[in-house]
Design a protein around this ligand. Structure first.
Ligand code: ATP
Ligand code: ZN
Ligand code: MG
Length: 495
């Protein structure tokens, strides 16, 4: 690794000083913390008027973007004492960084703020004109990591996420093998509206609400979870801390407030609509602010500001809450899917927080409750697989966590209309998220380490699973379910 920084330090006033001598006296300072013979070196320095220019080089230790601040402090002390002069600001004119990767990348790699070039495995970053913040905030180190990350990503491209079967339930026979979305549309139970969004009429809503009541009766109440209302408009600060800010942009429904709520500012838009009957969306684009965030994506992250920066009392543990206060949205890829893959979906999100060593106790109870629901009430054919943890996948990573017990299990269902050779449908997951959230949001326990878990019950996915396996006629439904659903609403007759 080689670093070379050409930079300038602006002084509070011009000074005639023996700058070489002052800087030479900082030589030891630039080696502090580095192994023998390593550390930063001042290759060149000079002063003209109120500006000191210098070139700093280093290997792996005491990189110039750190060394320059050690020098700044040293100069401030020395120049202050001798001439009553201070250092105003640092400007990086050119910063070149050379390092070696494990493998030569096949594709061109681009990153912001630098020209990236390769000669075999050797990478060179050429960075021009950077301010003090760039240097102080370690942008350079993160740029090196980003190049490495992109090169590594090439290696596992196309490999997909981790998938490992943990348990598979009983194979069942199905008399019905139709696509429930199409059948429910024919019956007028559901209607497709816009992109990946459905209106669920009274009959199908009864089915969804029956799922909810089963979850409440068999899982939420017996395990003692309390209901909360989590915001559905998620601001960047949340996704910065949850890690989602690393990757979710292609799937986000962005939230943009108006530039102002002044009526006059919007008059041309309202006038245009009154005349043409069309909403001038392109003109609206000019009148809104940059997005402040997006619509709920993973549902639990925007709960965490509630705990951020706080210490949770031992007798409040485990915290057990759930949210079903509104939809999540994702800009899903490609044409229209059925109800199993929608842009706007409804999920019961269950979250628990406990001491590291106790987290799996609730996890085990949840799993037991799910087994009971799927095996004894909904009579599903389903399986459980260990997959890449959702919080890693949503940050663009693959693989599994190295920490024992940490990770995601997906619950998957067989869809008879797709056939035995087709992929199964992930209808929910159950995750031990480790210390990810307490760390990200700086939440502490009175004693010991806090961990958290969550499980997201995708109601559209439950609906898709249940109706694909059991059809739409209550006569063919599992008795326990039909009893809880009661007599279905007649539905609306359209003439
Ligand atoms: P998939 O691989 O099917 O897209 P995912 O890995 O993106 O799912 P997660 O991010 O783990 O899903 O989301 C948790 C749960 O939220 C899923 O198990 C599912 O129940 C629900 N969910 C996610 N995306 C959708 C969607 N587009 N439509 C309906 N439900 C969804
Ligand atoms: Zn969650
Ligand atoms: Mg997805």
């Amino acid at each position: 690794m080689r670093f070379k920084l050409d930079c300038a330090m602006k002084l509070s006033k011009p000074v005639e000083a023996d700058i070489k001598e002052i800087i030479a006296s900082a030589a030891d300072l630039l080696k502090k913390g580095a192994p023998d013979g390593e550390g930063a070196v001042i290759e060149k320095c000079g002063i003209s008027g109120d500006e000191i220019q210098m070139t700093i080089t280093s290997g792996r230790y005491v990189r110039p973007h750190n060394a320059v601040f050690r020098l700044k402090n040293h100069l401030c002390a020395e120049l202050g004492k001798r001439y009553k002069v201070g250092v105003r600001e640092i400007h990086g004119k050119r910063y070149t960084i050379e390092f070696e990767l494990e493998n030569e990348p096949k594709k061109e790699i681009k990153i912001p703020y630098a020209e990236v070039s390769f000669s075999g495995k050797k990478c060179k970053l050429d960075i021009k004109n950077v301010d003090e913040n760039f240097l102080q905030d370690n942008f350079a180190d993160r740029m090196i990591n980003l190049v490495k990350e992109k090169a590594d990503a090439e290696l596992y491209e196309g490999k997909g996420e981790h998938w490992e079967l943990l348990w598979e339930g009983k194979k069942r026979d199905y008399k019905w093998a139709k696509d429930p979305t199409k059948e429910m549309e024919k019956l007028g139970w559901i209607m497709h509206r816009g992109r990946g969004q459905w209106i669920f009429g009274p009959t199908v809503t009864r089915i969804i609400k029956t799922f909810e009541s089963i979850v409440v009766d068999e899982l939420i109440k017996p395990l003692g979870f309390e209901e909360v209302i989590i915001p559905k408009a998620v601001t960047w600060d949340v996704w910065k801390r949850s890690g989602h800010a690393k990757s979710i942009y292609p799937e986000v429904y962005f939230l943009c407030p108006p530039q102002t709520r002044d009526k006059e500012f919007w008059e041309d838009i309202t006038d245009e609509f009154k005349i043409t009957g069309e909403v001038p969306a392109e003109k609206i684009k000019e009148k809104i602010k940059a997005p402040i965030g997006g619509v709920s994506y993973a549902q639990c992250p925007p709960l965490w500001p509630y705990f951020a920066g706080k210490t949770i009392a031992d007798d409040s543990l485990p915290i057990k809450v759930f949210d079903r206060s509104g939809p999540s949205m994702r800009y899903e890829s490609g044409g229209i899917h059925g109800i199993e893959r929608v842009d706007e979906f409804h999920r019961i999100e269950i979250v628990w927080i406990d001491k590291e060593e106790k987290l799996m106790e609730t996890h085990a109870k949840l799993l037991e409750a799910y087994r009971h629901i799927f095996n004894d009430i909904l009579l599903l054919e389903w399986r459980i697989a260990r997959v890449t943890p959702w919080f890693m996948a949503q940050e663009g990573m693959i693989g599994v966590s190295e920490k024992k017990d940490v990770g995601t299990t997906d619950f998957e269902s067989y869809l008879p209309y797709k056939g035995r050779d087709s992929p199964w449908l992930e209808f929910q997951n159950l995750s031990n998220n480790g210390d990810k959230y307490p760390k990200g949001f700086n939440v502490k326990a009175q004693h010991g380490e806090l961990w958290s878990g969550c499980t997201g019950i995708g109601l559209e996915r439950w609906l898709a699973t249940f109706t694909a396996q059991h059809g739409l006629d209550p006569a063919g439904w599992p008795k326990e379910f039909a009893k809880r659903a009661g007599k279905l609403p007649d539905g609306i007759k359209f003439l």
